[in-house]
Design a protein around this ligand. Structure first.
Ligand code: OGA
Ligand code: MN
Length: 374
């Protein structure tokens, strides 16, 4: 990839955008052999083991969040990306179904906000799961059927609700952050050496097989000293991690179900994007979870509860062709509060109410050179 990156630099073009488009290409399909796959432990001179702090999280606390003991986690860093940590699926076998169910059934409920609220009344978007259950759980008759609300869902915001227009959070648009996700986030950040992480905002992205996420930096949070956490569930994806500039050639890596990424330190403000969704490897992820959801090795006071067979049927149908990404952010530093008015540079942008997915591939030029969803 570096040769290609160098030649693009010579032509003065945006290296990140070129590589993004390369991974989005349908014909001929991209060469995925450059993408790092942490789950395979493929030898790469770019990968280094990440130092965790197993003493910061007891086995019981990890277990309550549905995680394996920290000493068993496979965590990696990447040379040239200080503060970036990739944890290859640290979840206990039977806990992923719970988090998937939360993303589809629980976090989609009011008072959380979703893209459907932009065009529909709160009563219409009250029960996205319930309204989608019937048609999703019955095999398609072959005829083109109207899309369910779950299939139309693109994003949900939690806690301080991200405003896509102004690219800000505000004190007035806040609802309680889910306690279970707060707890999970706390265990992971603690294991990674951040003791005081406070999950205050969440963005859930729902990807269909042809979705993508444009090139961006997450800089709207007021405190960048705390990490940004990202969880992947369902189908796999290619993640591109660049640098502080668009000319920095990004590194491509696979994200599989259960994988967790932490962006902290310098990497906290690096450009990144998801150019494409790729099928989960056989026996690897979503499908492997089938049947594991009821069998319960869960602790008594676990935040992770068993998932009913009925719920799991719908979840597994959904993730057979979808990916769910959860990002968790701390917005304010200790003792920090929101400024009276948002900074000017965050107010004069064009409308982004549909979220990243409709940004197109290049948020700087505003060009939408690919339809991110059909
Ligand atoms: C985000 C983000 C990446 C992903 O929501 O800001 O970068 O893996 N998500 O979907
Ligand atoms: Mn992001």
């Amino acid at each position: 990839m570096s040769k290609m990156a160098a030649s693009m630099l010579e032509t003065g073009e945006d290296v990140f955008r070129k590589i993004f488009k390369l991974y989005r290409r349908k014909n001929p399909p991209p060469d995925f052999s450059d993408a790092i796959d942490f789950s395979r432990g493929l030898p790469s001179d770019k990968i280094v083991p990440a130092k965790l702090d197993p003493a910061a999280v007891s086995d019981v606390e990890a277990g309550r969040a549905g995680l394996r003991p920290v000493r068993d986690w496979r965590a990696f860093g990447l040379k040239g990306y200080p503060g970036f940590i990739f944890i290859s699926n640290p979840f206990l076998l039977d806990s992923q179904p719970f988090w998937v169910r939360q993303c589809l059934k629980t976090y989609t409920q009011k008072p959380n906000v979703c893209n459907l609220d932009m065009h529909m009344s709160p009563t219409e978007t009250q029960d996205i799961w319930g309204q989608s259950a019937d048609s999703l759980s019955h095999p398609s008759s072959g005829k083109a059927e109207p899309k369910t609300l779950l299939e139309k869902l693109r994003w949900v915001t939690l806690g301080y609700h991200y405003n896509w227009d102004t690219k800000t959070y505000s004190v007035s648009h806040h609802t309680p952050f889910p306690a279970d996700l707060h707890f999970l986030s706390h265990q992971i950040t603690s294991a990674c050496g951040f003791s005081g992480f406070n999950a205050e905002a969440g963005i859930l992205n729902y990807y269909r097989s042809n979705s993508c996420l444009g090139i961006h930096v997450d800089e709207s949070e007021l405190d960048h000293s705390q990490p940004l956490l990202s969880f992947s569930f369902g189908q796999s994806a290619i993640f591109l991690l660049g640098g502080i500039q668009r000319q920095d050639p990004p590194t491509a890596m696979y994200m599989h179900s259960g994988d967790i990424m932490m962006m902290s330190g310098q990497s906290r403000l690096f450009y990144h994007a998801v150019p494409c969704i790729v099928p989960a490897p056989q026996g690897h992820t979503a499908l492997q979870m089938e049947g594991c959801s009821r069998e319960s090795s869960l602790l008594d006071n676990s935040v992770v509860a068993p998932v009913s067979e009925e719920d799991w049927l719908l979840c597994s149908r959904y993730i057979q062709s979808s990916r769910v990404n959860v990002t968790v952010r701390q917005v304010l530093g200790p003792g920090q509060s929101f400024p009276e008015t948002p900074p000017l540079h965050q107010r004069n942008d064009d409308s982004q109410t549909e979220g990243y997915h409709d940004r197109g591939v290049d948020k700087e030029s505003g060009k939408s050179s690919s339809s991110s969803d059909s």
